[in-house]
Design a protein around this ligand. Sequence first.
Ligand code: TRH
Length: 381
Amino acid sequence: MGARWDIFCSVVDNYGDIGVTWRLARQLAAEHGLAVRLWVDEPAAFLRLCPQAAAGQESWLLAGVEVHHWPKDFLAVEPADVVIEAFACTLPENYVAAMAARASKPLWLNLEYLSAEDWVAGCHGLPSPQPGGLQKFFFFPGFTEGTGGLLREADLLPRRRAFQADGAARQAFLDSLGIQPLAGARLISLFAYENAGLAPWLDALAGAGEATQLLVPRGRIEADLCRWLGVDSLEEGGSWRRGNLQLHLLPFLSQPDYDLLLWSCDFNAIRGEDSFVRAQWAGRPLLWHIYQQEEGAHWDKLDAFLDCYCGSLSPPAAAALKALWHAWNGQGDMGAAWAGFLAQENRLTEHAEAWCVAQATRPDLAAALVQFHRNWLSCAA
Ligand code: TRH
């Protein structure tokens, strides 16, 4: 067994914090042979992503990772060799004291949120001075040289391509969800926060000449769906038809099944951080509902990614994608923007795969973290 790593995750809201850390923990254990403990303050969020974990426990051993409830009163444990505080969560005081008391000090990393903004490369890897002789560094994921990269398991793209080339595997997966694909229908998955752009988009899909099937795992978008359908509630497993649009309400899936959903669809509406990255690895066009920040700070983040993603696209294709993403995030008309997207769909579909291939040439985030630790050790030696 290699070095010991502790990852601390405080669930702010939603599933992104635990989604990213649980994925990272699994990859560090599986691909780098590390002994990983994941500490999560809200086990309910973890249980949702990992339904095979039994409820009512304080710890789990799954996929080679020790997952522990991180209670308010944290009982001091022997600190690991590498300690990750995810998204600037505050580590327990007694744990930090134990880190400082270790003869060989651990490497302490703050794993930051993902952004394509220019300043990220300049801040990635910078030290954050700490008392007690501890060394802490900022670690930024990212899309460009000089950042920490993106989470991507070593076998992810071969598995994705094999699945997408295997019609029977896709059919079996959709069958397991109770979905019968309609011949010629566009399959779209939908994961979003509450969104005023939903109704005009669904109007456009229902009124289109071609059929659409919209697959919606349970979540925050349900109230908007109810309103548009004119019903009080939606039953999991149910489907509804309006014009040329068929809607299906799915259960919230396990993380591996959610990947299969993204791989099965022609187009994916995703949100936040982790599903945003997984949709990029699916190699299909995507629509990002960004997590809103105070004073509109998320717009810089959205536009920085669009500039990066659209860099090699023709101006009309780039303009169509930008208009669609802006409309979905509250600036513009979703009906018109969807028509604009359809006019560029072939080009944007090719581009989605090309973007994925280009991103996959860079080291993945887990490998970059392991390399950062190695470099740190050799500097210290
Ligand atoms: O849940 P999110 O909105 O999380 C957000 C973001 O991370 C945001 O940046 C952060 O500030 C905020 O949380 C606190 O979206 P995200 O990041 O896509 O995380 C969702 C996770 O849920 C992801 O790991 C995919 C997973 N998922 C499933 O496992 N099954 C499902 O059916 C669905 C829809 C998602």
